[in-house]
Design a protein around this ligand. Structure first.
Ligand code: ADP
Length: 370
């Protein structure tokens, strides 16, 4: 089957890597000539935000999917009309792309998400009490486009753009759950993972699985995933990012309509990975089992501060000597501070051992430049 992917980054790369054991042809579209997918797929250099480019790219494919959500959804809607299967469909991509529509989607379907106010421009009065979080309607990514407004002084820094003003959650844990639905309506959910963020870069740092939650919390999560899969009305693989607050209540932070960084540990930690599952969704195959096999965790390899240029992975030999430790690099030749260059998955027999190993790996390896 001719499968097109909008975006040629690491998520697409790992999807193709997993799917190469089956018989399909992968086509990718990305503006960067050296994108992680450029040399492992039929690659087109181009802008996935441009209507004509996306239309041209998609018209001779049987299925088009995405590995980034900032794509031209109008072009995908047109491709749907022309009979190309789009996974997930253009409608849900459009909804998720815009924070305002995304928040309204949760509200309409009674999916618990922090209270919010829509602000289209700066002149509008904000009724949400301080402190709150401002999230840009479009263009946010990896912590950009999100800011906490704590007090009157911060109010001067409010962005002008259309945005969502959201109440600040008193977060105990940040959790994530990856769910999938195929065209036949079959659904599968991965075990919940916990994200531990790097306060400086705001990029996901460690991600661990499984997470032991009490029955009530697990029930809240199950009810959210069931509801979401019921109302999403599209085949797809989705990452639902959750907050557990100090009172034991679960809130949906946001959803990504695609493969997600918080699911990388599934490559070795689960019976099947999120990439295998995505492949099956795209092809409308029976969905894969998702059980955790053991304790697993992931560490992002991000470019260290102060280094820019041809990448060197310092300490990698020591990492490779560690048992049940798996290195995944994304084929990016140039590093810069904060750039996601790869990740390392670690397996362990207990949570304590897992955390110990992750911290050890983190101290061992540094992403620097020549
Ligand atoms: P991104 O799209 O960049 O991942 P998020 O919406 O996930 O942005 O926000 C980034 C981080 O900001 C979250 O991981 C969380 O730590 C914090 N955050 C976002 N919304 C809230 C909220 N309503 N209350 C408290 N913290 C929040």
């Amino acid at each position: 089957m001719k499968i097109g992917i909008l975006g040629g980054g690491q998520l697409g790369r790992m999807l193709i890597q997993e799917a190469l054991k089956y018989d399909d042809q992968f086509y990718t579209l990305d503006p960067a000539s050296d994108a992680p997918c450029h040399n492992i797929s039929y690659f087109t250099q181009g802008n996935f935000n441009d209507y004509e480019t996306v239309l041209n790219f998609g018209k001779d494919k049987e299925v088009v999917t995405i590995e980034i959500e900032h794509v031209n959804a109008e072009a995908l809607a047109e491709l749907e009309k022309q009979g190309v299967k789009i996974v997930p469909n253009s409608n849900i991509i459009k909804t998720i792309q815009q924070k305002i529509l995304q928040k309204e989607f949760y509200k309409t379907h009674n999916i618990p998400s922090p209270e919010f106010q829509v602000v289209w421009n700066r002149d509008e009065e904000i009724t949400m009490p301080l402190p709150f979080v401002q999230k840009m309607n479009t263009g946010g990514y990896d912590g950009k486009g999100v800011q906490v407004i704590k007090n009157e002084i911060d109010l001067q820094n409010l962005w002008q753009e259309a945005s969502v003003i959201e109440s600040l959650v008193d977060i105990d844990k940040e959790l994530s759950v990856i769910v999938a639905r195929n065209e036949n309506g079959e659904t599968k959910t991965f075990p919940v993972t916990e994200m531990v963020a790097d306060p400086k870069l705001n990029l996901l740092d460690f991600n661990i699985c499984p997470v032991f939650l009490n029955e009530d919390i697990q029930k809240q999560i199950d009810s959210i995933t069931e509801k979401f899969l019921e109302v999403v009305n599209s085949p797809g693989l989705f990452a639902i990012e959750l907050f557990l607050d100090q009172e034991g209540k679960i809130w949906v932070n946001e959803t990504a309509p695609r493969l997600h960084n918080s699911g990388h540990q599934s490559q070795e930690g689960n019976a099947n990975s999120q990439f295998e599952q995505m492949y099956r969704v795209v092809k409308n195959l029976p969905l894969a089992d998702t059980d955790s096999l053991t304790f697993s965790g992931m560490l992002n390899l991000v470019g260290a501060e102060g280094f820019e240029g041809k990448v060197i992975y310092e300490g990698m030999d020591d990492v490779l000597k560690m048992p049940k430790t798996y290195v995944h690099l994304y084929g990016k030749t140039e590093t810069k501070p904060g750039r996601k260059m790869g990740h390392i998955n670690v397996l362990a027999d207990s949570k304590e051992e897992l955390m110990e190993k992750l911290v050890k790996v983190k101290e061992m390896v540094r992403v620097i430049a020549e």
